[in-house]
Ligand binder design. Structure first.
Ligand code: GAL
Length: 682
């Protein structure tokens, strides 16, 4: 399904960033404002150092006020004006929100929720990716735009739709889902077998009897749900690729992208990644959460990994408060700067915001913007200008790569299947586990790539599998090969449980990995609310003082692995909880439970030591709340904490942001950042 990426496209964003330096800007919605304001916008953009704006995202009603009646005059003027001011444009197809007339003329273009309620115009995103009529209208307006602007000198990038993540359970979706299933299974017998439809008398006689998982009396068949998720991601991707291809057919040579939403559950980004010319993402971390900084670092590592390490674009973020949370905390200017620099540190070559000018009307009137309601004479606008100046100083990092020696396995179908209801515990959440494991490495200044199961792991000294419910043969083989050649592997609980159809693999678990981990299990159980003690055996020389387990445990038996720790009490008392198995040149750890932070960190440290993985600082010890990551020749140090922090940095360096020399020790005030280059490397 994923098209081959044309090599020329791979470099297109790199060429743009090479020319502009770090891209800086955001969504610009001139159609929402009288034209008298446009010139002021352009002038203030220049003042702020803005060099890239995304135009047109929600402008369909203005571009096509009635079916087939097109009005591009205003956009001509806007593009000319921006170009005259030296501002590049990421031109968006306006297809994320059709005008009301489309749903009125063609109600089947509107999405239907699981209860059968048809959603209507008046907000945004009211389309079903299944609808041929919607897709034809979308391609038609995308084609018209592309034909008109493909050679416009302002247009340096194309942006299809916005934040794909729509789901529909209606008749249009049922039709397309059935076609998708026919393609996948060929015969209804194959589908019945894969889905195990003899359970609860679900057997289908024909594809025409199959429905999307609409509201049902009780739990849905997990295989049906898993396939509907796969179908939904595919259907959305088709909406993207149809418009992308229309733009290419019109002769576009600029990079074409769309803005992802991190770990968004409706889009399998490993499937999507090869279809975009540059990975772009929208990030709205909730700084009310104590783990926001590491959680967003994980998202940024995902974005870099999706692009195979190539620089990506932070397409949207908030400069201060959002308006869509129940309670919206502002960002300080330092926080907004730190968030932006963090993205650059982790591989972004574009730092953009939603949005340029704060909306006066509409649902997002209180969402912050680079240019607030109060105008340019504001602290927010001043901080936007300061950020623009900072980003200009970072030209030397443009195009730089982050080299990661640790790979963390993650994929969408496994996440989807793992979280279907009717499992040992709903407290085990895939993303939460990935975040916990990643956070342990983030704290140690160790760069991590996210890896798709089955991918080649030869670049990694250590491979982590926090929670991969589905492990297929190719993924198991890649893990085995990695350990054989010397990598450390750590596998978390409830991994390798199911096949690609969410059917449980029978036999002692994890069926495809048990030889590799040297341990096997026979039951998965929810653990009591009070943590279960885990007692270290003598073989675990680096055990923490207290090790505990919670959430989920497995009844394991060592089949060749050393037992490092056992459950001390409860249902699993005496059974192995943590094991280690040497295979070939490497070592595989298996965790039979969700471990407390200290126990998990101790295992990960052992695995990193065995693999010789070092961080950006000696001993992998960074002060609390300090993030450290190397991108190309630059060492980024970011202080997310409330106190001043000192980091040992051997050798003479210069901070690109302050232009100050840093010798031996970097001192970071709260919220401060440094981008250090070795002085002899300049
Ligand atoms: C994004 C969206 C933007 C805007 C923003 C507000 O999800 O793409 O259009 O709504 O959120 O935070």
């Amino acid at each position: 399904m994923a098209a081959t990426l044309h090599p020329r496209r791979v470099d297109a964003f790199g060429e743009l960033a090479g020319e502009l330096g770090l891209c800086f800007g955001g969504d610009y919605n001139p159609e929402q404002w009288p034209r008298e304001i446009w010139r002021e916008d352009a002038e203030l953009m220049v003042r702020a150092g803005v060099n890239l704006v995304t135009v047109g995202v929600f402008s369909w009603a203005r571009l096509e006020p009635s079916p087939g009646e097109r009005d591009f005059g205003w956009l001509d003027e806007v593009l000319d004006l921006l170009h005259a001011h030296g501002i590049a444009v990421d031109l968006a197809t306006p297809t994320a929100s059709p005008p009301p007339w489309l749903g009125i003329l063609h109600p089947e273009t509107l999405p239907v929720n699981p209860d059968g309620v048809r959603l209507v115009a008046g907000s945004r995103n009211q389309f079903t990716p299944a609808s041929r009529v919607y897709r034809e209208h979308a391609v038609s307006i995308a084609t018209a735009m592309a034909e008109r602007y493909v050679d416009h000198p302002a247009v340096r990038m194309w942006h299809v739709g916005n934040e794909f993540g729509q789901i529909d359970f209606g008749d249009e979706a049922a039709r397309e889902f059935r076609l998708w299933l026919r393609e996948r299974y060929g015969t209804i017998e194959a589908l019945n077998n894969a889905w195990g439809t003899l359970v609860w008398a679900q057997r289908y006689r024909d594809f025409d009897e199959v429905l999307p998982p609409r509201r049902m009396p009780y739990l849905v068949n997990p295989a049906q749900s898993l396939d509907f998720r796969r179908y939904t991601s595919w259907a959305l991707q088709r909406v993207f690729t149809e418009q992308r291809d229309a733009i290419r057919e019109a002769g576009a040579t600029q990079p074409i992208t769309t803005n992802f939403m991190g770990f968004e559950p409706l889009t399998d980004l490993w499937e999507w990644a090869a279809d975009v010319d540059v990975i772009a993402d929208d990030q709205y971390p909730d700084h009310g959460s104590a783990t926001a900084s590491s959680d967003i670092a994980l998202v940024q590592d995902l974005m870099r990994s999706l692009g195979g390490g190539r620089p990506w674009a932070l397409m949207e973020q908030a400069v201060s408060a959002t308006s869509w949370r129940p309670h919206n905390l502002p960002k300080s200017a330092d926080r907004a700067r730190l968030d932006s620099l963090q993205a650059v540190a982790r591989g972004a070559d574009a730092i953009c915001f939603f949005q340029w000018r704060q909306a006066r009307t509409g649902a997002e009137r209180f969402h912050s913007a680079l240019l607030p309601h109060a105008g340019a004479d504001t602290e927010v606008f001043a901080s936007a200008c300061a950020l623009g100046a900072d980003l200009q100083k970072l030209r030397p990092v443009v195009g730089g790569r982050v080299a990661a020696s640790v790979g963390v396995l993650f994929d969408w179908p496994s996440w989807w299947a793992a979280e279907e209801p009717g499992r040992p515990t709903e407290r085990l959440r895939t993303l939460e586990q990935v975040q916990r494991w990643h956070r342990a490495l983030w704290r140690r200044g160790i760069a991590v790539d996210l890896v798709k199961p089955g991918a080649d792991l030869s670049a990694y000294a250590a491979v982590l599998v926090p929670h991969s419910y589905i492990v297929e043969t190719d993924a198991a083989a890649a893990l085995r090969a990695a350990v054989q050649r010397g990598a450390s592997l750590v596998v978390g609980p409830f991994s390798g449980v199911a096949d690609a159809h969410a059917g449980i693999l029978t036999g002692r678990s994890p069926v495809l990995l048990r030889d590799l981990v040297g341990v096997s299990g026979e039951e998965w159980v929810g653990l009591p609310d009070a943590p279960t003690r885990v007692a270290a055996e003598s073989a675990w020389t680096t055990a923490p003082a207290v090790a505990e387990a919670s959430v989920l445990g497995e009844r394991l038996r060592a089949d060749g692995a050393e037992v490092l720790a056992r459950f001390e009490d409860g249902h699993l008392a005496g059974a192995p909880a943590i094991t280690r198995h040497r295979v070939g040149e490497g070592t595989a750890w298996y965790l039979g439970a969700v471990l407390s932070d200290a126990a998990l960190a101790a295992v990960l440290d052992d695995a990193l030591d065995a693999a010789g993985v070092t961080g950006v600082v000696p001993d992998r010890v960074l002060p609390e709340d300090v993030e450290g990551i190397r991108r190309g020749d630059a060492l980024f140090l970011l202080n997310h904490g409330e106190g001043t922090r000192h980091v040992t940095v051997p050798g003479p360096h210069r901070d690109l942001l302050s232009d100050a020399d840093v010798d031996g020790q970097a001192t970071l005030a709260p919220g401060a950042a440094m981008v250090l280059i070795e002085r002899h490397a300049e």
